[in-house]
Design a protein around this ligand. Structure first.
Ligand SMILES: NC(=O)C1=CN([C@@H]2O[C@H](COP(=O)(O)OP(=O)(O)OC[C@H]3O[C@@H](n4cnc5c(N)ncnc54)[C@H](O)[C@@H]3O)[C@@H](O)[C@H]2O)C=CC1
Ligand SMILES: O=C(CO)COP(=O)(O)O
Length: 388
């Protein structure tokens, strides 16, 4: 059974500021936050949030964090070690999360009282997680997804925020940005973008929960644009890593990033015409693309893949190099490819489609920089398509 935390700022303090038992109006209910996920970014998100809930009167101090339970080489359970040491020794070693972060291996228990749910797991696990908690969360819960990825169904592509909204029947914002977790963990400055659909008030509450001196958050009304930026840049980061592994140099890498950004924008607008151009200039857009292509896990594994001439699979490299952390770019490239194939758009997106074909071994890593029959428009910048 996971422990719990008493509030330091209890309702007496809230009552003293506005209303309260003295003048007959009950104090507004404090929000309860649960973080669903405890990987590298999930743990940093919990740390950020926990530092803010201690300061903000409108939130309960305690931040519950669902842990996908595993047994460590020492024989101990990960959740127990987190609660004992206040550190996620596997996914974020060396960083104290805050004593008000409570690791809970029981998913249903972790979510049941929360009215603010923060989803941050690798995207491939979200459908299963939603199925487990349908009908077990508060009806008035609000959600935010920090997950970079999408699902492809028979009906077409489904963004993770839509999956959450549709399966759980709740509103879901997104938070994406140039956010390499290990850098934010040591409190180096970065920015992030909240994407919201309708309610600016809800978006502002999320901004309040995440914003801190070293993490500058702003909100834009463009859920799909923000989420697609975060999702698609992982495919471009694979391409950037391949170029690094081939030792092509900075100009080639910059070209890959530019072509990738064009494809990100075109793909997003073809799927959702409402996506705004301005979103690509937020942290979730060009800034996340740059940081991931320079320092992300997708880049790192793709570099190793190219150095090995494509002879070692991404699965093998992921297991060896990331030790339990997960790549999102390889599966996203596959999902994007499915959409392109179904819609007859493959030739419009040579970078995206080439990345997938390299990942599955149909093309060699060098194809990323080759003008071949498979990539007829690869190095052409013009293109008559209105979306480019
Ligand atoms: N790490 C980073 O720098 C950033 C990551 N993100 C995004 O955040 C999302 C989560 O990534 P991270 O927190 O970095 O995770 P991670 O890749 O570090 O860790 C993997 C997580 O998956 C869990 N897991 C393994 N098998 C599972 C299963 N069957 N069911 C449920 N969970 C399982 C593990 O316990 C672990 O918590 C991803 O979409 C990623 O793209 C976004 C910004 C930065
Ligand atoms: O999304 C990220 C940075 O914003 C992290 O990217 P990687 O998953 O490639 O490390």
């Amino acid at each position: 059974m996971a422990p719990s935390v008493e509030d330091s700022n209890n309702n007496t303090a809230a009552a003293a500021i506005g209303g309260g038992v003295e003048n007959g109006t009950p104090p507004p209910e404090k929000s309860r936050v649960t973080v669903v996920g405890s990987g590298n970014w999930g743990s940093v998100a919990a740390k950020l949030i926990a530092s803010n809930t201690l300061k903000l009167n409108s939130f309960h101090d305690e931040v519950r964090m669902w842990v996908f339970e595993e047994t460590l080489p020492t024989g101990e359970k990960l959740s127990e070690v987190i609660n004992r040491t206040n550190e996620n020794v596997k996914y974020l070693p060396g960083i104290k999360l805050g004593k008000n972060v409570i690791a809970d291996p029981n998913l249903e228990n972790a979510v049941k009282d929360a009215n603010m749910l923060v989803f941050v797991t690798p995207h491939q696990f979200m459908e299963g997680i939603c199925k487990r908690i349908v009908g077990k969360i508060r009806k008035d819960a609000e959600a935010i997804s920090l997950i970079k990825g999408m699902e492809v169904k028979k009906e077409g592509p489904c963004m993770i925020s839509s999956l959450i909204s549709e399966q759980l029947g709740i509103n879901c914002c997104v938070l994406m940005g140039a956010n390499i977790a290990n850098e934010i963990a040591v409190e180096k400055f970065s920015e992030a973008t909240v994407g919201y659909r309708k309610s600016k008030d809800i978006a502002e509450k999320w901004v309040q929960l995440f914003n801190i001196s070293y993490f500058n958050v702003s909100a834009v009304q463009d859920v799909e644009g923000v989420e697609l930026c975060g999702t698609l840049k992982n495919v471009v980061a694979i391409a950037a890593g391949l170029v690094d592994g081939l030792e092509m140099g900075n100009n080639t890498k910059a070209a890959i990033m530019r072509i990738g950004l064009r494809e990100m924008k075109a793909f997003s607008k073809l799927l959702f015409p409402s996506v705004k151009d301005s979103t690509f200039f937020e942290s979730c857009g060009v800034a996340d693309l740059i940081t991931t292509c320079l320092g992300g896990r997708n880049r790192k594994c793709a570099e190793a893949f190219a150095r090995n001439g494509g002879k070692r699979s991404f699965d093998e490299l992921e297991a060896e190099m990331l030790q339990g952390q997960k790549l999102q770019g390889v599966s996203t490239a596959k999902e994007v490819y499915e959409v392109l194939r179904h819609r007859g758009w493959l030739e419009l997106f040579p970078l995206f489609s080439t990345v997938h074909e390299i990942c599955i071994g149909r093309l060699p890593p060098t194809a990323i920089v080759e003008y071949s029959e498979h990539t007829p428009k690869f190095s052409l910048v013009g293109g008559s398509n209105q979306f480019f």
